[in-house]
Ligand binder design. Sequence first.
Ligand code: CP3
Length: 349
Amino acid sequence: MGTSAVNDRFLRACRRQPVDRVPVWFMRQAGRYDPEYRAIRQSYTLLDICREPELCARVTRMPVDQLGVDAAILFSDIMVPIGAMGMPFSLQENVGPVMERPLRSEEDVEGLRLFHPEEALPYVLETIRHLATTLPVPLIGFAGGPFTLASYMVEGGPSRDYARTKAMMLARPDLWHRLMDKLARAMAGYLRAQIQAGCAAVQIFDSWVGSLSVHTFRAHVKPHIQQLMAEIADLGAPIIYFGVQTGELLADFAEAGATVVGVDWRTPLDRARKRVGASVALQGNLDPVSLFAPPEALRREVETVLQLGCQSPGYIFNLGHGVKPTTDLAQLQRVVEWVHGFDPIPSVG
Ligand code: CP3
């Protein structure tokens, strides 16, 4: 895997090994904040880009060249494999994923297909194979978490309170567990294929799982996350598990088998560290909105995050959620420069 020329500080931090500089990448680092991306989107839809390996590889690489980040993340969307499971959807601008027909019944759950990644999504794996041999940094593959995927499938689109999803979970636990089990198996197979094609690490985006109480997470989601991560653990690629507003769930994320726990900006990294223990790495957690502050104010925020993150080994700088579409590219460049200028040796006390 990889050549010696590949910058490996991201993978070293995932494994809690010493690093020369704090590694940094940004969730949603390829996207609308970048004029070059917006220009490409004039002629191609997001799903067009995903289906065109050469173009997809180019878009995946853009933030590596422009920002100097220490990892690339495959350009795709968490919904791409949901189409392969037999549920057509569209990605609507400023809305998000919208299902052609929401998943509501027993028959709908039974009808979901466990797809074969090389047959159903050959273009994804072709893009990864191309990138794995050309990128100067490790490539991160990803999949949606079972709860987050189920929320789009059951609601039919984005939702404020996930009422139908939680209703199914509580009223029909048997049906819910079958749905979670299918999604966990399908995503395990998909992530396994991505790692085998050349991804050095994977992230599970369970963005909306923080909407659950701790006890419902433990009863209705955690066993499936645990199963998902266990199914790919033998491959040895670090697994990052992330969701928004998950401060109360962080200890469970570590216990479920994550190598790296993603933290949003609401939970300070020193508090997150107390919750997860010493056996995992942490990733996060600059508030994406602080990128709209003047550079000097932004710099103070970045330093605070770095100081808290570097108190123990195994730390990757990131935002607490994705880059917002109106972010100034120069601000992201500054953040990378500041992170790389920071001395990562843990301070005593
Ligand atoms: O991080 C990266 O740079 C890789 C690419 C990536 C995309 N989506 C591309 C995309 C990743 C990792 C995702 C994951 C994703 N998709 C998540 C989990 C992460 C998160 O933000 O919580 C979710 C919930 C989705 C579903 C989804 N797709 C939403 C909510 C939207 C936004 C709708 C909008 O227009 O604001 C999308 C569309 C989408 N996926 C865009 C991008 C760059 C928007 C821009 C576009 O249409 O070109």
